[in-house]
Design a protein around this ligand. Structure first.
Ligand code: XIL
Length: 369
């Protein structure tokens, strides 16, 4: 019922949303000069919203999450404070991935992941488990193990079963299979497809479900924000697996955007078709990178891109979570992965909220009314 109310409220607000919000967050843009003009993307002093995002998100009927860098959480007080105060869900940025969790066959290491789960519990946050089956961040014993298909299937089964059982009852949503598709909609030609064929996907969901029947099981990918060949391939697979009774209950849309490309304005249309399949959706890894140095136009494009992702979620009845992939520019995977790009997050390196933060908080405020 609450979801219904939200959808109706947001639907009514949606038409005016960009018109209302964008001029406010564009207050620093050329033509809106401010005497003490802050650097591009920085909120005016005192301009940040006093209500934390998690309170606004609760009113809007969703969780708001962040990927968490476990080292920063342990070592840096302002980082830890923001994770606790601003967010109502957390995703481990790295510490539930295969290379950390099972560095040698049958040897499991959950130290940092357990710490994050405890932290979340103490702060009233839900945990998105990330991730069980991926081609990346695999230990070399898996990639160079020279296993037969049967042996590799057993390896995958054991990894999923052990990890999901370890966290049984503590994980809200699991990203079971991550990045299984190419942009043209074909399956990614990784170790899993090469050795096991596409049935590894349904096997992974069945094994995860056996290990923790209450966790909500997601398939997760990037470049599936709008309607395109890749999102349609994910849609077709989800429809097929659900028809076959495979326990797949969610679609995660990563949301790694770049101001060089248009924002995915058809995201709500895309998410609506997943909604109709009866699965949950979530924006799981939102960030918007900018070619550096950033100018005001790019900062405005960044604000708009963040809003486009959030509005997609707010307009989709069974979208349950909006997660940013890190919240501060101080710890972002972007500069080391995309040469010459950065400033992708909603807080700057000194934990000051940027205009993208204000843009998100205004959208949440409108949705929650
Ligand atoms: C990234 C992390 O942020 C980096 O710290 C790590 O070095 C590589 O992985 N899609 C995903 C995430 O699903 O797991 C990735 O995280 C970013 C892209």
């Amino acid at each position: 019922m609450r979801k219904m109310t939200r959808a109706v409220t947001v639907g009514a607000a949606a038409a005016g949303l960009l018109a209302v919000v964008v001029p406010n967050v564009m207050a620093n843009s050329p033509g809106h000069e401010h005497p003490a003009k802050p650097a591009p993307g920085h909120s005016k002093p005192g301009g940040s919203d006093p209500a934390p995002l998690r309170a606004l998100a609760q009113k809007a009927g969703i969780r708001i999450g962040t990927a968490v860098n476990s080292d920063a959480l342990a070592d840096e007080a302002p980082y830890e404070a923001k994770v606790g105060s601003e967010f109502s869900s957390v995703s481990p940025e790295n510490v539930m991935k295969w290379d950390t969790v099972e560095p040698a066959r049958g040897t499991y290491n959950y130290t940092q992941a357990d710490a994050l789960v405890s932290y979340a519990k103490a702060h009233g946050q839900l945990v998105r488990g990330h991730t069980l089956v991926w081609y990346n961040q695999l230990p070399s014993w898996v990639t160079s193990g020279d296993f037969t298909a049967d042996q590799l299937r057993q390896v995958l089964h054991d990894h999923i079963t052990s990890e999901v059982k370890h966290f049984k009852g503590k994980i809200w949503q699991w990203d079971v299979v991550n990045e299984a598709f190419n942009d043209d909609g074909s399956y990614r030609d990784d170790i899993w497809l090469q050795k096991l064929g596409p049935s590894y996907i349904e096997d992974a969901f069945r094994w995860a479900h056996q290990a923790d029947p209450k966790a909500v099981l997601f398939i997760n990918d990037y470049n599936i924000e709008g309607v395109n060949a890749k999102s349609t391939a994910v849609y077709d697979l989800v429809a097929k697996l659900r028809k076959e009774g495979v326990p797949l209950q969610g679609v995660g849309i990563q949301g790694h955007l770049d101001t060089q490309y248009p924002a995915p304005h058809d995201i709500a249309t895309n998410m609506a078709r997943f909604d109709k399949l009866g699965v949950q959706t979530a924006i799981t890894e939102a960030d918007v990178r900018i070619p550096l140095p950033a100018d005001n136009t790019e900062v405005e494009a960044q604000n708009e891109a963040y809003q486009t992702l959030l509005e997609g979620c707010l307009l989709t009845r069974n979208c349950t979570d909006f997660t940013v992939w890190g919240f501060t520019d101080k710890y972002s995977w972007v500069p080391s992965t995309f040469k010459g790009e950065g400033q992708a997050n909603i807080f700057d390196e000194n934990y000051q909220p940027k205009t993208a933060y204000t843009a998100l908080s205004q959208d949440l405020r409108l949705a929650g009314r």
